[in-house]
Design a protein around this ligand. Sequence first.
Ligand code: AHR
Length: 503
Amino acid sequence: GTARLTLHPAFTVGRVSPRLFGSFVEHLGRCVHTGIHEPGHPAADADGLRTDVLDLVRELGVTTIRYPGGNFVSGYRWEDSVGPKDERPRRLDLAWHSTETNRFGLSEYIAFLRKLGPRAEPMLAVNLGTRGVAEALALQEYANHPAGTALSDLRIAHGDKEPFGIRLWCLGNEMDGPWQTGHKTAAEYGRLAAETARAMRQMDPSVELVACGSSSQAMPAFAAWEATVLAETYDLVDHISLHAYYEPHDGDLDSFLASAVDMESFIENVVATCDHVGARLKSKKRISLSFDEWNVWYMSRWQQQERAADPADWPEAPRLLEDNYSVLDAVVSGSLLIALLRHADRVTVACLAQLVNVIAPIMTEPGGPAWRQTTFFPFAQASRHGRGEVLDVRVDSPTYATAKYGETDLLHATAVRADDGSVTVFAVNRGRTGPLPLEVTLTGLGLTEVVEHSALADADPDARNTLAEPDRVVPHPVTGTTLAGERLTATLEPLSWNVIRLA
Ligand code: AHR
């Protein structure tokens, strides 16, 4: 059968927030050290930042970058990461069983963002695992207060005259997870988040705060956690976080390809929970969603590695979570981007976890090159062309059977209308066996031309980019896509991510 959808400018979801194309840099494995920062590398600048990586991050089109964790933040002592580098202490990082040298810290993170350009915005997490209100305030004062106090003057003495101007802050990380250092119950965390938020707003009412939601929709306390936390924090925070990682289980690729079904239900369930709390509080305020960790992650492989690790070993920048992504993984990742765009009315922040080496679109070799994984391409294309107003796309699609989600649409799609009137359709064919004919009816959009149809697909869905073969997989142009009157006709290759640009 043929998959069909209709686009009309009057039916929209909402505007895409630039923050939807965020990413995440954690002190984990080689994301920071030998990832973005490698003094002595031939491509390193005077600050030790790898310019080859900076170029790729710019090409990826990343906006907001969350830092410094992740699980790492729950043991984070920000003071360790500022001041003269030679005096910075080496610390045990309990989250990733590593040694943190602190050779890259807060000031270097801000320098990294400034070099990326005006689109890059900080998103800083405070430690609510082993620390609390006082340390969050100290960090905020050091980072943001212009001058004339002990901590702002300390920043200036450290060489950063200009305040960092950090507006977006995460109140801890995954505090519902038993793996989190200083893990808390919903009631404990709700109170701590509320008091931290109140104090941070006393210093600066313009900060935007993200409360921790559940670490995944599968957590036993999911929804109850959000309701308890929001009952304490509703008037004090702006966003609630969502995290989700997907991988195939027991070789079930058909369900894996439908991962966005879970992601979309997760978003809708969090929206319902937020609005339920808002209704109880008789509040007109709407909480927005910060999907601040999402990706494909072969987590079960990591868990096996972790069990086999030597407990006496605390390595520096070890190779951790260095998943090498296939074409199939990239198609799923593209579908997750479609899910986020489809909910752009409520999801206003999203961070691809993570940016370099650690479950990342960009890989590096110490002393060697940097290259793009397969998952680089859907993100770069969505960030480039997915700006404007998301159109309300209702899909009429043939289906396929999945063990996890039942009958599922073969087509997953969204469309974004830019301010100049051009429209980009993002579409995934989840089918592994056959091409999918697509027909789009375009009404009242004044479109006359197919500018481009680009696809990521391969005869070998397991194909990957590697150090030896860094450009094995790249998107290719598709011919035969036509626009006749108001009807667009295309064929989506089996297992493919597609970008169809119309003007
Ligand atoms: O992104 C990897 C880890 O996944 C993060 O540190 C944590 O927040 C999540 O569990």
